[in-house]
Design a protein around this ligand. Structure first.
Ligand SMILES: [Zn+2]
Ligand SMILES: [Zn+2]
Length: 651
């Protein structure tokens, strides 16, 4: 699942290949043409826009990267600036020095000098004295001496939202090895939600990789597919400088509000991608072929109908920034969400509470001290055509990333304290996206973006209708959590035959969150006896926990500490026996054997569960430090009961 969920109406749009539904598509084609005309009219009427001033030569390759003025101050943020800055106070000159001295109280901002710190204090004091920064801060339900609203539901202790972690889906070094750095590889993300795993995988290709790398990225949801196509193109489009492009892609992906040049650039990307009607498109299918910075290209094959809804959304002019922000806030601040937000904050260190609060208020992913007042355009990739917020209630950009690396690299690249967690994430993403852009520039990487029901796509590939990918060609197929919807057998039958028989390391990947839904006793948090045993064991291991636990038990389910403890139980609980019961009930082994495949006893791509090493065998339990646990459980909200399955050739 990407950071943003699909629109409520997304499922109404069919996603079968165009050949089947020609009639409705011809009509949709007219709508699409009207829309393209509208974009062009908008563009030509806006004489100030750089779109019109540069559009005449936009397809000509230029030797020098153009500057689009995409950052909050007209240029990308290269380092953490002194926090003594505000564009609101026109009279005050902005300090452009590097921020080096952290505010000793909150550690969220840094200054170049004590002078700047003193000057800035009147503006910083309210944030620095916020109740969230108090160690003693308590959730609203504790202060009001009532049970939290979520305590009544049966799904109390299950993470409400979850994004699968980022990982290198190819993992050449652990598989094919150095001797195979000159081979071609084909990879399929059959139901990808965002570009994270794609970025991680391409970034991990060795810089001396000589082969051709082709990736098929598919999702049946038109909004998700097209949003990611735009983000990918924004990142790899050769025109802006790489520094600008990466910053832009970060905001497209995570910020609800954009600066004026960013919004204009979004419009321009739309025009480049969807404006290519001449020659490339037949009556019923949408085809795009886009330049990247390197040898490779981005192709997209969709139906015209599939492109219609996202394009309406991305080019909508029916709502204002105020409406968009109001709609967003109504969802974030709805009364039924107040307790779950407090519960999330109660797991965090004080400075992280404040960092999340700021991100929630501004909707912009930047370091804490950056003035976001220039972000004045709704990010139309995140709002429906009517301006409804399509993000989740507790939208957490750290989900799915490796929060430990985020903090380490934040410190390395920009000397940011881990307190400014979004500052760390901002610079971490910049470095990841930058490497991605350079890898695509230097290597031969091609992307094919499609929007089909994965089962129909699998059949289409077998029939050879998707160019570049024909038949059994894939070295890896990542089916994400499809097995939770269509059973393992079906997944194997669809994708097993498409694995490359010539590659002994070809793998089919599946993940599951739902495996225990019909076996609630599989989890410690739902199993009082197991929970009690774990409590006792913990108390024995950490004597100081005894007193804390007594306090917690007195408060019962009102106690944030007790809630945290119950939530963490599954991280250290061996559910392997019941998981294998589940696999047997799904006929996993025999279904896999029918295609010459078997479930790997030791994984080669991603560990079997969170917190265990890659080569862990059955019944291994996580062995992680306290801070790793905080990063995984509190910052990234992982679901410790999630499982990762890998199928490889039987030997
Ligand atoms: Zn402070
Ligand atoms: Zn300064």
């Amino acid at each position: 699942m990407g950071p943003i969920s699909s629109s409520p109406t997304a499922s109404l749009t069919p996603s079968a290949p165009g050949l089947i539904r020609v009639k409705s598509l011809v009509r949709a084609s007219t709508v699409y043409q009207n829309m393209i005309d509208r974009i062009r009219r908008q563009r030509s009427s806006d004489s100030d826009s750089f779109l019109s001033s540069q559009s005449s030569h936009r397809h000509e390759p230029s030797n020098q990267a153009s500057s689009f003025g995409l950052g909050p101050y007209g240029e990308p943020i290269k380092y953490l600036m002194c926090a003594n800055q505000s564009t609101r106070v026109r009279a005050q000159k902005r300090c452009t020095e590097q921020g080096l001295l952290p505010c000793p109280r909150c550690q969220l901002v840094k200054y170049c000098s004590e002078r700047c710190q003193k000057q800035h204090w009147p503006r910083h004091s309210s944030a620095c004295a916020h109740p969230y920064l108090e160690e003693s801060w308590q959730p609203g339900w504790v202060l009001q001496e009532r049970l939290p609203s979520f305590a009544c539901s049966s799904a109390t202790f299950s993470p409400s939202s979850f994004i699968f972690p980022v990982f290198d889906t190819l993992n050449l070094t652990q598989n094919e090895g150095e001797g195979a750095f000159d081979k071609d590889y084909k990879l399929c993300f059959a139901a990808y939600a965002d570009i994270r795993n794609l970025v991680e995988t391409v970034n991990n290709l060795p810089s001396n990789y000589k082969g051709r790398f082709d990736v098929l990225i598919n999702n049946s949801d038109p909004i998700i597919t097209n949003r990611n196509l735009i983000i990918l193109y924004a990142l790899l489009n050769p025109e802006p400088s790489i520094d600008e492009a990466v910053e832009l892609a970060i905001h497209f992906m995570y910020s609800a509000v954009l600066s004026a040049p960013s919004a204009a650039y979004l419009q321009r990307c739309l025009d480049d991608i969807y404006g290519q009607v001449d020659g490339c498109n037949s009556d019923f299918s949408f085809r795009a072929s886009l330049n990247t910075r390197g040898k490779g290209r981005i192709y997209s094959f969709q139906t015209i109908a599939g492109v219609k809804q996202p394009l309406e959304m991305f080019t909508s002019t029916t709502y204002s920034l105020a409406t968009a922000l109001q709609n967003r806030w109504e969802i974030l601040d709805a009364s039924e969400n107040v307790d779950s937000w407090d519960r999330f904050l109660s797991r965090l260190r004080p400075s992280h509470r404040m960092a999340y609060q700021r991100f929630r208020e501004t909707g912009v992913l930047t370091p804490f001290s950056v003035d976001t007042s220039r972000f004045m355009h709704p990010n139309r990739l995140m709002f429906s055509s009517q301006g409804e917020w399509l993000g989740r209630r507790n939208f957490n950009p750290l989900q799915g990333w490796d929060a430990t690396s985020v903090q380490v690299e934040g410190a390395k690249f920009a000397m940011i304290e881990s307190a400014d967690i979004f500052g760390c994430l901002f610079f971490y993403l910049k470095s990841q996206f930058r490497r991605f852009a350079y890898q695509v520039k230097d290597l031969n990487v091609n992307f094919v973006v499609t929007q089909f029901n994965p089962q129909i796509l699998a059949k289409g590939i077998s029939a050879g209708v998707i160019p570049i990918f024909e038949g059994a060609c894939f070295d890896r197929v990542d089916t994400r959590d499809m097995m939770d919807d269509i059973r393992i057998e079906v997944c194997l039958a669809d994708w097993g035959p498409l694995l490359n028989r010539g590659n002994p390391f070809a793998s089919l990947l599946m993940y599951s969150r739902a495996w225990h839904y019909e076996r609630p006793y599989a989890l410690a948090r739902c199993n009082p006896h197991a929970a009690l045993m774990l409590f006792m064991q913990k108390c024995f291991e950490i004597p100081s926990l005894n007193n804390k636990l007594k306090d917690a038990f007195v408060q019962g389910l009102r106690s944030p500490a007790l809630l945290r403890l119950i939530e963490s139980l599954d991280a250290f609980y061996d559910h392997d026996g019941i998981f294998h019961e589940f696999l047997a009930a799904q006929n996993t082994e025999s279904a896999a054997a029918a295609f010459g495949l078997g479930l790997r006893p030791r994984n080669l791509i991603h560990p079997k569960r969170f917190g265990v090493p890659l080569d862990a065998c059955a019944h291994s339990l996580p062995d992680i430090s306290r801070s790793q646990f905080y990063d995984l459980a509190s910052l990234c909200e992982v679901d410790f009961s999630a499982r990762f399955l890998e199928f490889g050739w039987r030997h």
